[in-house]
Design a protein around this ligand. Sequence first.
Ligand code: NAP
Length: 550
Amino acid sequence: MQDAQDGPSRTDVDAIVVGAGFSGLDAVHVLRERGYTVQGIEAAGGVGGTWYWNRYPGARTDSKAFIYCLSFSKELREEWDWSELYPTQPEVLAYLEHVADRFDLKRYFAFDTTVTAATWDDDTSLWTVDTSTGRRFRARYLISGVGCLSAVNRPQFDGIERFQGRVEHTARWPQEGVDVSGQRVALIGAGSSGVQLLPELAKTAGSVTLFQRTPNYVAPYTSTRFSDEDREAYRRDHEAIQAHIRQNPGTMYFSPAGPSAKLADPAERETVFEQAYAQGGLAMLLGTYEDLLVDPESNDLASEFLRSKIKETVHDRETAEILTPRTYPFGVKRPPCGVGYLDAFNEPTVSVVDVRSTPIEGFTERGLVVDGSEYEFDVIILATGFDASVGALLRLNVTGRNGRRLADVWAHGPESYLGLGIPDFPNLFTIIGPLSAFGNLPTVVEHNVDFVADLLDKARAAGTPVVEADVAATDAWVQESRTIAAQTLLTSAKAANSWIMGANLEGRELAVLWYPAGANTYFDRCDEERERGFPGFSLAPAVPTTAMAV
Ligand code: NAP
């Protein structure tokens, strides 16, 4: 067996890992540690994944720093000092750079290399991966670490090429930045990216006009700086913190105040909501009451509280009304967190145009047209999000057994066992893939990678390296996910245009993209599968080849 580290011409390895974000870096590290040879492939010029691309001003995590990191190494924890509770993009990128250097991972990656096709060959029991550079890689295993929010959504606005000014997308923000000083800026999109960017633009731009289709329940951020004492406390309490987030449905470090908002004492509930709002971040959703996403009455109470905050903060009545969500429940659309977002609308240079009932008609040379009126700009910024969860996987052009294309198999929504394995796509494993758990993603990533590595170890020990998710286990997992989702408020995803169910993309069928019973239940189910010896996966011998050792 050749080793990918021996030189650039060596392409036959045990595993190909696509992506150099949290998932890819962890997968390369863990598989190397367990003795597998690995080739990483990354479209970007460096490591970081989402944190490489999303360099727009204001980008930061809405997970707390001391959980938004890899937990496997005590040394890593000891030597990395987070500066604040919700770190900014440059800090998270610096962290991932550090991880890659600390564990010597960059040498296993081909950067600036995009996967153009991945094809399973039943005659050799190998994956062949073609890339944009012309290099072709072969491996027994194909591990996707492409992330769930990485395939950029660029709506096809009529005449966009005619616009003479600058057009940028938040998820492909130029490394050198965009100087908007004194410029007339249009921002399209009011999701997490737009909400984080808008107040930053407002600091220097001549004017900022938000074109908003669906308003959001925006919570504020309170990102405190860490003292040395804070950092010591997080290090000391690491085990307890990890145990806590493992039991939390969103893998977050919050403790709900009670089981039900509607059953709580009204005065107490008001205090709980006020405290959560002041705490900021995702506290309103994950740190108040457990039934917000399942009980419409409880949800109404939280939704109405957040509407009242918009009214309280935004002075102009008409503007406040445009910014107020009324057609869908809180939490069905992932709530953005914003530093000074609502307050920014009190600035004379910041305004909002409602494009829900009168969509953007198209671009002109000077700007864009809504409801027959032309708005002129120097810069137009798309904060229009992603083809979430499935998009990045489908863009790999994956073909499995008997020429079956993943795009066809998933035409009516993704089907996968535990979000990790797909029947007819042997030896393909999708870290944080569709129907795995959503939450603090590094936690889910590490759990997924360890699970896959244990499964491969079992296959290696048994001499049966062809691993495939069972049809029956997959069908049951898909059915369970759909049944649970139907019992939650996620059924309102269409009204919210929520990417959580792929409802943000025109022409896309609504799909369950995540296991909806919570990450804690998901981890239990994966652990049970592992303890029972992986009954939901079949293991078979490979077709013998001379090149491969596994
Ligand atoms: P998003 O939540 O999908 O928001 C996209 C925005 O673009 C929406 O307001 C959408 O309107 C609008 N839009 C799309 N097409 C449009 C069109 N043709 N005309 C007008 N408006 C259009 O995307 P995102 O803000 O990039 O965030 C996606 C996810 O990434 C977040 O939910 C979060 O999970 C993650 N993220 C996290 C952070 C963080 O805090 N750490 C920061 C950024 C992103 P509709 O709502 O009507 O579709």
